[in-house]
Structures are given as structure tokens and as C-alpha cells.
Design a protein around this ligand. Structure first.
Ligand code: ZN
Length: 257
């Protein structure tokens, strides 16, 4: 049966001399894998299509009882040109694509997740947007969509409100406590989150992108944000522990973004 989908390319692998296997995230079918036979041949009219982060209208032959579907044709919906010319933005986009490729395991439609994939590419492609903050926003929103929403408003123990106050992320529990309740303040097991970091986390939870974009954070606070997001993601979503593009991101992050 011939099917159509709006899709973003998450990953590609070359197959044989001229073919390619692409993993895509689609609005209609969730994660999808297609083989595009002959697409790398210069004679193919789809040559140059199905590159990572490409946003396409895809037509494919659906085959049952196999994970691999057969590519028929595609048309570009949007090319993110700025993104592909900036090393940092491209690195964030690659991490975001790998995140979805690993985290969205079931091939079921999840339109809100698809919207987040388009959201991150659109924002990384806009030179006026702070790339690192748009990545944080994407990372936490995806975790929320997948059912791993952290409580960034209340202490895990006493339920006291956590706004305008320094808080502690306790790594073994994967939860946030007020300073008084935190099981430990030992830096090997806990991470201090300043009130400014908590404000950003709360703004992301409230989907208030403008507030996230405007919030000033010091270098130490940006590092704490990274540490929290990665640790929390890996604790709750085991496939993130094997992410290859993480090494690239850590290189950027150590560079002081
Ligand atoms: Zn407490």
C-alpha cells in the first residue's frame, strides 16, 4: 500500500553502492525506516534527498511484517540552510535527531513530538535564537512528552514551592529537593540549582519560550543546567546513555557555552 507522511530525517546509513537506509520521524507514523534504492546514484532524481535534518514530504510502500519500508519519492518541505552552515547549531541538531531516534522507540504517531522536532530545527536555523537555550527547551519538552516530566516546582520531600530559591538535584533519586530536605549536599551525588536555573526550568515546563530566551545565566549556571538535563535524561531514558553525538556536544559545552 502506498503511504504518505510529513517527515524529518533523523539518521542515514549507506547501503551498497547507490542505496541508502534512512530513519525518519513522521507526523503520521512516528519513527519510520525506509530503504531508498539507487538514491545515491547521480542519475536519481532524489539524489541529495534524505540528508539528516531534511524536512520532507515522503511517499513510501508500506510492507507489513518488516521494519524496513520502501521509499518511493520525496519532496522538500523545508531546508534549514543557516543550521547546516554553523558548526554549533549543526551539532545541536545532530544531538536532537539522535535523541529522537533513540528515545522514540515505538513506531506510533505522536504529533506533539513531531512538532518539537520541527520546533528545534526552526529555532536552530534562526540566527537570532540562542542555540543552546533552544536545545535545553527541546530536551526537557521531549522528556515531558515521553512521560518523564520532572517536578521543578515542588520539593520531592516536603512539597514546598521551589521558586526564587536555590534547590538541589539529587542524582541517585533523579529528583529535586529544597536545600533542607536534600538527602545529601555532597557534590558527587548532588547538583546545586540556583534560583535562576530553577526559573528557566519552570519557564520550560510552562512552555514559556520567550522567558527562557530572555533569562540571563552565568557560566556556572549554564553548566549546572547541562548537567541536570543530561543526568535527568539518562536516568529516566536508558537509550540516551548510548548517544554518540553526546561526545560532540560535551566538547562544545566544555568550551564555555
Ligand atoms: Zn523540602
Amino acid at each position: 500500500m502506498i503511504r504518505q507522511a510529513e517527515a524529518v530525517v533523523l539518521k542515514t546509513i549507506n547501503q551498497g553502492d547507490t542505496s541508502k537506509i534512512a530513519t525518519l520521524y513522521t507526523r503520521e507514523f512516528g519513527r519510520l525506516k525506509v530503504i531508498a534504492k539507487g538514491i545515491r546514484s547521480k542519475k536519481s532524481r532524489y539524489s541529495g534527498m534524505l540528508g539528516i535534518t531534511q524536512h520532507v514530504h515522503l511517499v513510501f510502500y508500506e510492507k507489513h511484517n518488516t521494519e524496513l519500508q520502501l521509499f518511493k519519492s520525496s519532496e522538500i518541505v523545508k531546508t534549514y540552510n543557516t543550521l547546516s552552515q554553523d558548526f554549533d547549531r549543526l551539532a545541536f541538531a545532530q544531538v536532537a535527531m539522535e535523541f529522537i531516534e533513540r528515545a522514540a522507540e515505538k513506531s506510533e504517531p505522536h504529533p506533539e513530538l513531531f512538532d518539537l522536532v520541527v520546533w528545534i530545527l526552526t529555532h536552530l536555523d534562526d540566527p537570532k535564537t540562542t542555540a543552546v537555550k533552544s536545545y535545553w527547551y527541546f530536551h526537557l519538552r521531549v522528556l515531558c512528552e515521553l512521560g518523564f516530566r520532572p517536578d521543578v516546582f515542588h520539593c520531592h520531600q516536603c512539597r514546598k514551592g521551589l521558586s526564587q530559591t536555590e534547590s538541589v538535584y539529587h542524582q541517585p533519586d533523579g529528583a529535586i529537593y529544597c536545600i533542607t530536605c536534600s538527602p545529601t549536599l555532597d557534590e558527587r551525588f548532588s547538583l546545586r540549582l540556583s534560583s535562576a536555573v530553577m526559573n528557566v526550568l519552570q519557564a520550560i515546563d510552562a512552555e514559556a519560550w520567550d522567558a527562557v530566551e530572555k533569562s540571563p545565566l552565568s557560566l556556572a549556571e549554564r553548566r549546572a543546567m547541562w548537567s541536570f538535563l543530561w543526568h535527568y535524561g539518562k536516568v529516566h531514558l536508558e537509550p540516551l546513555q548510548r548517544m554518540k553525538s553526546l561526545a560532540v556536544l560535551e566538547q562544545i559545552y566544555r568550551g564555555g557555552h
